[in-house]
Unconditional design. Sequence first.
Length: 75
Amino acid sequence: MDDLINMMVSDESPADISDKIKEILMQKSAQNIETIRPIVAASIVNGESSEEGEDETSAEESSETEEEPTKEDAE
């Protein structure tokens, strides 16, 4: 990160600064992917899926929010 600041202060070319920013972002993305990869792999192997849990939760919520029929509906 200090390299990037030094490049900006020393008036390096915008293309070089842009390339450095892209390099830093790619490094951070790769670190995040390496951190998350075992978790995702374990969830796939174990058959767990967050989508299944969300579907069940939304079905429960919708059944709880249904209103009781009123007298007006009966007429």
